[in-house]
Design a protein around this ligand. Structure first.
Ligand code: ATP
Ligand code: MN
Length: 458
C-alpha cells in the first residue's frame, strides 16, 4: 500500500478508506485497553489520531511512545471526538525506531525557544518550529512564483566576491593562506599568494551583480545566501541569512514601490491561503496580532509618504522617543513602528530620504538634498523592504563615489554600466528571515532559520 500524507487525509480522506501512514508519535494515551496515538508526519500542524482497539502487542507496549517512528495501516473512521473529522482505526503497527523516554529531549510540551536552540536537529519536531519551517518553504516558493510570473529572471550571484557593496556590513574573509604563517609583503598580508591572488570575502549583497544583469535581461532577482560578520548579538541579525534582491531596468521609484507592494501582498496572501493552520497556531501561541497584521498587508492599500512628512508627524506626535527625531536623522524601529502601527494603522512606504543618510548609488533628486530611496514599513516590524532608483548618470555617480572617499578603480565595472547604454533602473532588497519573522510572529531571528549562525555560535 502507498503511504498517505496526513495533511491530505485530514483534508480529503474518506470514511471507510484503507490507508497507510508513516510518521512520529507525538503522544500516547491508554484508556480501558484502547491506545490513542497522536501521529505527525510534518505535512501539517495537525496530528492524525490513531486508535488501537486491541491491547498492544507486548513487544510494542513499552516502545510506542513520544518520539518513536511508526507505520500504521488501518481504516479511516468518523471521529467521535471534537476537533477532527476523521481518525484512523489501526489494524497493524510497525515500529521503525523507538525513542528512549529517559533521554529523548522533547518528552514534555512547552520548551523555551532558548532550550530548543540547543537542539537544532530536533526542534522542528515541535509544533511552533514545524509551523515556521512550513511557512518558510511556502514563502520561498511564493517569492519565486511572484517573480517568475512577471517574467523576472532568477540570477545566482556569486557567494565569494572581491567587492564590498559600499560597506553594507562587516565581511567574512575567504582565504586558503596558512593562518599560522601568513605571508607578508612590506608588513602587509601578501594576498597575491592567496587562492584568488587577491583578498576575497563572502558576499554581503548581490545588488551590484544584479544591476549588471538587469542592464541586459531587464527584470531579474536574486534569492540567495548573504553573510555579514555582524558583531552585535541582536534578535534581528544573523551572520548567514538569505536575501531577495529584484532589480529592474526602466523602472523608476514609483514603479518599484508598486512592485514592492504587490510583492508583499502576494507572498502574504499565499501563506494565508496555504498555511491557515500554521498561522492560526502562531497567532494563538506566539503573537496575537499576527493574523491581523498579515490581513492588513494583504487587504489594505499601503500609505505613501515622504521622509519629510514622516519627520513632521513624529515631531508633532508629542511622543518621547529614545532616538532623536529631525531632518537628517535616520528613522529607528521605534519611529517606524509608531508611523505604521499608530499613526497610519496600515503598511506604509516612505521615500525621499536625505542624501547623506543613504548609499552612494541612489538616484539624486533635482533638489540636491534627497534621493529616490524608499522603505516599506509594516506593523510589528518596522522596515521590511529597502529600495531605490539607482543613479544612472555617469558623471553624477562618479562625483558621489569621489565625494565619499571611495576608490574609483574598485567601481570601474559598475561605472561601465553607465558608460555603455545606461538606463534608469531600480531595485529593492529584503532579508528573507526578517520576512519570515513578520509572517510567523517569531521574535528571534534564530528561530526562523534552520541552523542559525551568530557570533560564538555555529
Ligand atoms: P539593519 O539596519 O537591520 O542592520 P541594514 O541596513 O544593515 O539592516 P541592508 O544592508 O539594507 O540592511 O540589507 C538589506 C536587508 O537585509 C535588510 O533590510 C534586512 O532585512 C536584511 N538584513 C541585513 N542584515 C541582516 C542580518 N545580519 N541578518 C538578517 N537579515 C539582515
Ligand atoms: Mn546592518
Amino acid at each position: 500500500m502507498n503511504r498517505s500524507k496526513i495533511a491530505a487525509l485530514l483534508r480529503s480522506g474518506e470514511v471507510g478508506e484503507r490507508v497507510l501512514v508513516k510518521g512520529w508519535v507525538r503522544t500516547r494515551r491508554d484508556s480501558k485497553g484502547i491506545s490513542f496515538l497522536e501521529v505527525n508526519d510534518g505535512s501539517s500542524l495537525k496530528n492524525l489520531q490513531v486508535v488501537l482497539r486491541n491491547d498492544l502487542p507486548a513487544e510494542l507496549h513499552g516502545e510506542l511512545g513520544t518520539g518513536c517512528s511508526v507505520g500504521i495501516t488501518g481504516e479511516l473512521v468518523a471521529s467521535p471526538g471534537s476537533g477532527q473529522r476523521i481518525e484512523l482505526a489501526a489494524h497493524a503497527v510497525e515500529l521503525f525506531g523507538a525513542a528512549d523516554p529517559s533521554s529523548y529531549p522533547l518528552q514534555k510540551k512547552g520548551h523555551s525557544f532558548e532550550f530548543l536552540r540547543t537542539i537544532p536537529h530536533l526542534r522542528m519536531r515541535t509544533n511552533s518550529l514545524g509551523a515556521v519551517f512550513r511557512i518558510r518553504s511556502v514563502a520561498a516558493a511564493a517569492i519565486h512564483r511572484f517573480f517568475q510570473e512577471r517574467g523576472f529572471h532568477y540570477i545566482h550571484t556569486p557567494i565569494i566576491t572581491a567587492s564590498d557593496c559600499e560597506g553594507a556590513g562587516a565581511m567574512f574573509q575567504v582565504t586558503t593562506l596558512d593562518l599560522a604563517r601568513v605571508p607578508t609583503i612590506e608588513g602587509k598580508v601578501d594576498f597575491a599568494r592567496d587562492f584568488f591572488g587577491k583578498s576575497a570575502n563572502l558576499t554581503v549583497s548581490g545588488q551590484l551583480e544584479a544591476e549588471a544583469f538587469a542592464c541586459a535581461l531587464s527584470d531579474v532577482y536574486t534569492f540567495g545566501p548573504t553573510f555579514r560578520a555582524e558583531n552585535s548579538n541582536t534578535p534581528r541579525h544573523l551572520a548567514e541569512f538569505w536575501m531577495i534582491e529584484p532589480e529592474m531596468a526602466f523602472y523608476d521609484l514609483t514603479d518599484t514601490m508598486d512592485l514592492a507592494e504587490s510583492f508583499l501582498k502576494s507572498v502574504v496572501a499565499e501563506v494565508l491561503e496555504t498555511c491557515p493552520d500554521d498561522v492560526d497556531f502562531l497567532d494563538k501561541w506566539i503573537d496575537k496580532a499576527l493574523r491581523q497584521s498579515l490581513e492588513l498587508v494583504r487587504g489594505e492599500t499601503f500609505v505613501r509618504m515622504s521622509y519629510e512628512e514622516a519627520v513632521k508627524i513624529l515631531l508633532a506626535s508629542g511622543r518621547t522617543f529614545e532616538y532623536p527625531v529631525g531632518w537628517g536623522h535616520d528613522l529607528q524601529a521605534e519611529h517606524e513602528r509608531f508611523l505604521t502601527e499608530e499613526h497610519c494603522k496600515k503598511p506604509l512606504i516612505l521615500s525621499g530620504y536625505p542624501q547623506e543618510l543613504t548609499a552612494f548609488y541612489m538616484r539624486l533628486n533635482d533638489d540636491g538634498r534627497t534621493v529616490r530611496a524608499m522603505d516599506v514599513l509594516v506593523p510589528r516590524i518596522g522596515e521590511i523592504i529597502g529600495g531605490s532608483q539607482r543613479e544612472e548618470r555617469l558623471d553624477v555617480l562618479r562625483e558621489r563615489i569621489i565625494a565619499r572617499g571611495m576608490p574609483l578603480e574598485a567601481y570601474e565595472s559598475y561605472l561601465d554600466l553607465r558608460r555603455f547604454g545606461t538606463v534608469p533602473h531600480s531595485g529593492f532588497g529584503l532579508g528573507f528571515e526578517r520576512l519570515i519573522m513578520f509572517l510567523t510572529g517569531m521574535l528571534n531571528i534564530r528561530d526562523v532559520v534552520p541552523y542559525p549562525r551568530t557570533p560564538k555560535s555555529l
